[in-house]
Design a protein around this ligand. Structure first.
Ligand SMILES: [Zn+2]
Length: 291
């Protein structure tokens, strides 16, 4: 995405991986091919690769610079995690993007994770001398405390569907290092940044709100993975913790945001990523902001 300005705040993106990825029929258990085809024909062509029949899905980190802080929201899959294909993305694009943003690891003040999945926590930590350590030595990491507790429990019981390493490698070492802030639903960093709980995709998935100069943006994490879910808000994904709750959270959020001018930033939407939501009966339209 291009640089976005929200009052005194600037937001850019570091892309780890993008391009055609999953087929909608594999992603959405409720997918109806006829309805899907109709929607896809009307959606912005950049969200679907007709030749392969695959949705275009991006993995990215948002860099939020306020007058006081440099903040990362979600940290992709990272390096040295040993994730099996297809989640073994090369590490260099993200590192190159981080440097191209003019950043050093020491510059980051806060890391927000909308939720604690494999592709939102990866660069939280690095392997150094056989130990996982926080990548950003001066940062506080914002995790929702019940999200953290849910993945800790699932990992300890051996039933974390994303595998044990996501919590063991990406989350627990941050807490052990004393760099995590385990926060509640109503967490506000300051006047500029605060959380809104949108559970369902994960136990305590949160959106990150950004407000400055009378303008507003929201990083919506994985509240939706594809613009199809604005047309069909009830189509939850195979990756959702609680599909019914995810659909309720999505519908409530889209209804609240539609027509307000609030800029929406879904992590997995391809360039230009940023968009505005409009209501259309009991459905919604996602319009990319191209300027
Ligand atoms: Zn994700």
């Amino acid at each position: 995405m291009r640089k976005l300005e929200i009052g005194d705040v600037t937001i850019t993106s570091i892309i780890e991986r993008d391009g055609p990825w999953r087929r909608p029929e594999d992603m959405f258990p409720a997918y109806d091919p006829e309805i899907g085809r109709r929607h896809l024909a009307e959606l912005d062509p950049l969200v679907f690769d007709v030749a392969s029949g695959r949705m275009v899905i991006t993995y990215q980190t948002f860099v939020v610079r306020t007058p006081r802080h440099t903040i990362l929201v979600d940290t992709c899959t990272g390096e040295d995690k040993g994730h099996p294909p297809p989640m073994d993305f090369p590490k260099q694009p993200w590192l190159d993007g981080f440097r191209a943003a003019g950043l050093r690891f020491e510059d980051i003040d806060y890391v927000f994770c909308t939720h604690l999945h494999i592709d939102h926590t990866g660069w939280n930590t690095l392997l150094r001398d056989g130990r996982w350590v926080p990548t950003f030595p001066n940062a506080k990491y914002i995790f929702h405390k019940r999200e953290y507790a849910a993945w800790e429990e699932a990992t300890r019981r051996g039933n974390n569907p994303h595998g044990p390493n996501v919590w063991l490698f990406n989350c627990e070492p941050v807490v052990a290092a004393g760099q995590a802030l385990l926060v509640d639903d109503d967490f506000e960093l300051d006047d500029t940044l605060w959380l809104t709980p949108t559970p369902g995709h994960s136990p305590c998935h949160c959106c990150v709100n950004i407000r400055s100069g009378g303008q507003r943006a929201v990083v919506v994490g994985d509240l939706m993975h594809h613009a199809l879910q604005c047309r069909e808000p009830d189509w939850s994904t195979i990756f959702d913790w609680d599909r019914d709750q995810a659909a309720r959270s999505r519908r409530r959020f889209l209804g609240a945001i539609a027509g307000t001018g609030t800029v929406v930033m879904p992590v997995h939407f391809p360039h230009p990523t940023v968009g505005l939501v409009e209501a259309d009966g009991d459905r919604f339209r996602y319009g990319f902001v191209r300027s």
